[in-house]
Design a protein around this ligand. Sequence first.
Ligand code: DAV
Length: 366
Amino acid sequence: MNKVGINSHNDWDPLQEIIVGTVKGATVPPLHITVKACSYPDYWPFFSKNAGKPFPEELVNKAEKELNDFVHILEQEGIVVKRPTPFDFTQTYKTPHIETSGLYAAMPRDVLTVIGNEVIEAPMAWPSRYFEFLAYQNLKQEYLDMGCQWTQAPKGSMSKELYCADYPIASLEDRHKLAGENKFVTTEHEICFDAADVVRMGKDIFIQRSQVTNEKAIAWLTQHLKETHRVQEIRFKDPNPMHIDATFVPLRPGLILINPDRPCLQAQQFKDAGWDLVKAAAPCLPSDWPLYLSSKWLCMNILLLDTKRVVVERQEELNIKLFKSLGFEVIPVDFRHVYSFGGSFHCVTCDIRRDSRLEDFKLIKE
Ligand code: DAV
């Protein structure tokens, strides 16, 4: 039995073991209402035309090379790297409520979050991601065999009542209004969430209501962790929230990187606790770069090896400069082809073990 096989309380303690995703087998998801709500209309014809087919081979190969290079850099730092086992995502599956092909095993952060010594596996919200957890089955069993705790959060049915059928026709202005009213493409019919809407800061856990995470999920996580953690919903001025890690990125005790386009509505709470909020610099990605599933704010989707060293995309010069000015040593890594799949260093990873203990930063009042 290895009692410390899994142990991570935040994003900045010294990294020891991590899962890094793969774009092998990445498949274009059908243009379900949730995909529409989370992508730009310019790409909708691409999704419609290529649904269920593999992403372009050249792009997959370039992105996988970047991922493998990233893995080597982590291994050179002495970090143990685990990879998921992709399956055939082009295969269509049918349940009593959904019929769809899959997506990929590229973004472990969306599926898994580690709270202390427990992995929590998210139920997800896109039908194309319902069975994505199977890519982590081998790893799950490996950690269970070590005596680790692995919890599958309650999984819903993804029946049609979970989705607001007319949502995506709303203009951006309408979406701002709807987001302000806490209305998203997912309803409160049953629990749904992606793990990437969770931020861990010791005893304080923040989670945002987003296109893919609902209030029922926030209530479940609060209940599930009530003996050990405080859980609080966190909100931003963001018409289209999906995953918090290009919006609100803690860098070390006392310092949080925030998205200048998505102000945090609870900023004062962090300032009151003595923390600084620093605005991320502008993205450097050219505007014609294909980004099927995210915004350019992947520039702030970084990975911390500890409180001194940060992995940043090599061409994000403005943010590299910002990190240096904040006292970080920057490890530049090419990752633009991975960006095209909807994530960067934080999305494509799930830190399994850091040299980490549970701290109380008192960010949430009891
Ligand atoms: O564009 O803010 C980034 C994270 C997607 N997994 C965005 C989403």
